[in-house]
Design a protein around this ligand. Sequence first.
Ligand code: NAP
Length: 497
Amino acid sequence: MSKEELNKIVEKAHEAFLISKKFSIQKRVAFMRAVADEIEALGPELIQTAQKESNLPEARLTGEKSRTIFQWRSYADAVERGDSLDASIDTVNAERTPPKPDLRKTAVPLGPVAVFGASNFPFAFSTAGGDTASAIAAGCPVIVKAHEGHPITSGIMADAISRAAEKSGMPEGTFAHVYSSTYETGQQLVSHPLIKAVGFTGSYRGGKALVDLANERPEPIPVFAEMGSVNPLYLLPNKLSTVPQELAKQYAGSLTLGVGQFCTNPGLVIGIAGEELNQFIEELKGEIVKIAPGVMLNKKIAAGYSESREKVIGQSGVEVLAVSETEAAEGQGIPTVATVAGVELLVNPALLHEVFGPFALIVQCKDASEMLAVTEKIEGQLTVSLFATNQDLAAQEEIVSLLQTKCGRILFNNYPTGVEVVKSMHHGGPFPSSSNSAFTSVGADSIKRFVRPLSFQNWPDEFLPEELQNANPLNIWRTVNNEKTKKAVGDQLSAVG
Ligand code: NAP
């Protein structure tokens, strides 16, 4: 795509923004529900195409389609409830010296957003995925850069969104979809002065490149990059001593689920060397050899897996414990478990890099104080899982407390791969798992990434946005003089008075 063509698309998105920012919230909600309906109505062609392009199985894609529809519907519900507006009103006090003005705050959309999806979720984290749904929910036009791993799937989803936009009376430019076989178009998009934010899901390398590019702009813009993670899984001594074999069986399943191609895949296990950890390892070895290699998303991902797996295996002190006994064909990822002593990890950050695929590194610490030292080295993570008893939590309080500073979601005796789409989900985490740890990319709170606060001072009621008007015509929850209420402003004041 030429620079001129891209320019026209971005200008259209900007024009659409200027028009649609004046629309009612109900119109936006109707558009989002129409997108969900259009995706729901897509026939078997969608799943078949995605299967061909991503090698993901039918059942997994069918589930992902439902999740994607749910994202659009639940974010539409959140918009209707006014959740992301976080409307607040502090009424005038003319008696005060100096007089206190009337102040009312809402959240307004940032402007056109560029979205980059990931290869491993062709529906839920791609063209019609969470970034697009949340940016549209915020009131922002979206331009998606189609992922080269699933361009036809991306086109089917883009057409569904465009049909919904047209049927809902949204202006031309509300949604656009661009293809490119090089990174150039995506980079031009991020650098374009009319683009006001970026949603990215993918590798650390890609996310960091786009964050740097956005920061180099004359007007830097936020890039919400959700990147890779090794998702450490801690085996605390008391828990490990009770069920080492059972844990190993479950862990082997979690590690190799979907050929390990989840950003939440638990690729790093941390335990204390000893009899119990040995039992866990023996059982795990027995499981891993039985699990056959699976076809990965595409050749690039399979080559990336081989390369990063080799890199970790080649580090000083790393010993391979088990590899699937079935040889991997071209494009497949072979389940592999390796181990290293905790002391090596303390001096070698390369051991903490994500290996995207069914690879685990078991870190054997000599005691709890080494486990604490290893924990200090852990970078920001999407998730950390603790396999522990309550007694372990109390005994390792320092490690548990430190881990809470390192991740966006901390799990107790649970595996991290499932990411529920609910308000209380936080999917993100300290850098480098994401570029902005204050925001989630999953759940309706993800909408907050694409809005900014705007305060109105002493503004005439009929010229305020509906969510701030005295009568509360949207019937949403607002904070009025520090009280959460749905009451109209006059009513609230008389109730208080
Ligand atoms: P990727 O290679 O980084 O690609 C993501 C998107 O960014 C693609 O559209 C890609 O373009 C583009 N891109 C990458 N590098 C770029 C650059 N330097 N300049 C401009 N555009 C660039 O990621 P992936 O392989 O598709 O996905 C797998 C990774 O995603 C894994 O690391 C996984 O952990 C992570 N992931 C994270 C989450 C999360 O929520 N945190 C969820 C799912 C996956 P092309 O289409 O041209 O390649």
